[in-house]
Design a protein around this ligand. Structure first.
Ligand SMILES: Cc1ncc(COP(=O)(O)O)c(C=O)c1O
Length: 479
């Protein structure tokens, strides 16, 4: 007798899991023991100098592969049931009002700013020429949406130790009547000074957008980052705390009215909020009169904004849901790996300036020492950041070349001082008043010249971490 679709699906998924256990054992979490995954093929043995030690990557097992195949068999394709579930689950994890899934972290940043340009926000609308305070060194698409929306980024400097914005410069960057928002990232999983930022924004009536793309699971005074501002954003590109290949999210922290705006900009600019495949959620699909359209014009095709289509596939959300289940272990692994590297490299402080959490004043094997503010940060690190000290007997270039030769993945702090990137240099030539810079960007320049980070991601095994520590020591010894 022929099999039913449900029986066939179950068989395909059983085989899929079997396949993934054999084919993808090297992508399993690095902290997993063989006993925890008895059905998985053993990892390829680590061979120093041959096995690549990535700075980041996809960490998954048969659950993600089976979720992806299951969603493909269901063939909903466009954002649907898996997307809904993922949005609820991530919002519950973060304890925010609502999460909207999108196709990248850059799209999330674009939407966060675009939503605040909605005329529906009346006197709080961001209008062309309004200023948004941001930080010079970091990832370009934290800043690009400000310019893309006709707003003026105002740059403050970075602190070279925390790598976050020097928030003591906020007041100097503020222009009454012009400054309307602050948008910045928690650099490499290090929460910026949220006490100062939230107080500043509250006092001046400004929007706060946290780019939480590199910091899912990090905490400030015990509370998760991404829950302090009005909006926050996530990236689910593979190096990030969880992945769905490409993907991102906008978190609506408190105000429900922002949800409708972000959703509208994400979904073509439409006024209607029906999910894909559903009609008439508002119960008056043909009962609206908006703009100068005739009474009863189909609400599905009424546009209150100049929007985009930035939705991911449902399949991506299916993968993301499995990753979410692993997220607490991933967050812990990043903390543990950072600690292992920090302890293993502690004798090299003379050559490297190691990143510190915001509000920390130093590191000891027993933990961090803290400033007098009373605030505390907990970092689930995106990477292990070192600045090569100017007096070191080697340059940053010598160091990254040695890491490359040893097959150790490494990265600089993304775009460095963004103001020195070709895009900003031409903008300054063509439209000098398109952005403003507050003072000297000495910290951002230092980060651009001296910084390099290696991995802390959950795919790293104890053997890889030991090799990393030994390779860096051997490099220093050679000099
Ligand atoms: C701080 C920050 N914001 C935004 C992004 C953009 O995310 P995506 O690559 O998903 O567009 C990144 C990328 O890594 C990032 O590091």
């Amino acid at each position: 007798m022929s099999k039913s679709p449900a029986e066939l699906k179950a068989e395909i998924l059983r085989l899929t899991r079997e396949y993934a256990q054999l084919a993808h054992s090297n992508h399993r979490p690095g902290y997993e023991t063989a006993a925890a995954a008895p059905d998985a093929a053993p990892r390829a043995p680590f061979v120093a100098g041959q096995t690549v030690v990535p700075y980041a990557g996809r960490v998954f097992d048969e659950e993600e592969v089976s979720a992806a195949v299951g969603a493909t068999l269901d063939f909903w394709l466009t954002l649907g049931p898996e997307g809904d579930a993922f949005e609820h689950e991530l919002a519950a994890f973060l304890q925010v009002k609502k999460t909207l899934v999108v196709n990248s972290g850059s799209s999330a940043n674009l939407l966060a700013i675009a939503a605040l340009t909605s005329p529906k926000l009346a006197e709080r609308q961001l209008r062309p020429g309004d200023e948004v305070i941001t930080v010079a060194a970091g990832f370009p698409t934290t800043v690009a949406p400000i310019l893309q929306n006709g707003l003026v980024p105002v740059f403050i400097d970075n602190d070279p130790v925390t790598l976050n914005g020097r928030l003591e410069q906020l007041e100097g960057a503020f222009t009454p009547g012009k400054t309307k928002a602050v948008m910045m990232a928690h650099t490499l999983g290090n929460p910026f000074d949220l006490a100062t930022a939230t107080e500043f924004c509250r006092r001046h009536g400004l929007w706060l957008i946290e780019d939480n793309c590199d910091a899912l699971g990090c905490r400030y005074d015990g509370r998760l980052t991404g829950t302090f501002g009005d909006l926050s954003t996530q990236s689910f590109y593979p190096p990030h705390h969880l992945t769905m290949g490409e993907g991102g999210a906008v978190n609506i922290v408190r105000e429900p009215r922002l949800k409708v705006l972000v959703e509208s900009f994400r979904d073509w600019g439409r006024d209607c909020w029906c999910p894909s495949g559903r009609d008439n959620t508002c119960n008056k699909r043909f009962g609206w009169q908006l703009g100068e359209l005739p009474e009863g014009y189909d609400h599905k095709y009424i546009y209150s904004h100049f929007g985009y289509n930035l939705k991911p596939l449902d399949l991506q959300a299916a993968i993301g849901r499995q990753q979410l289940r692993k997220l607490p272990a991933f967050i812990q692994a990043r903390m543990d790996n950072w600690q292992t590297l920090r302890a293993g490299l502690a004798d090299l402080e003379e050559f490297f300036l190691f990143q510190l959490p915001t509000h920390a004043t130093g590191w000891t094997p027993g933990g961090f020492t803290w400033d007098a503010s009373g605030h505390r940060t907990e970092c689930s690190w995106f990477g292990f950041m070192m600045l090569v000290r100017p007096g070191a007997p080697f340059s940053r270039r010598d160091f990254v070349r040695a890491l490359d030769a040893a097959k150790i993945g490494n990265r600089m702090l993304f775009g460095g001082n963004l103001l020195r990137q070709p895009a900003f240099v031409s903008l300054r030539q063509q439209r000098p008043d398109a952005f403003r810079v507050v003072g000297e960007m000495t910290g951002a320049d230092q980060i651009m010249r001296e910084s390099v980070f290696v991995g802390t991601y959950p795919g790293l095994t104890p053997a890889m971490l030991a090799y990393l520590i030994e390779t860096i020591h051997a490099f220093v010894r050679r000099h």
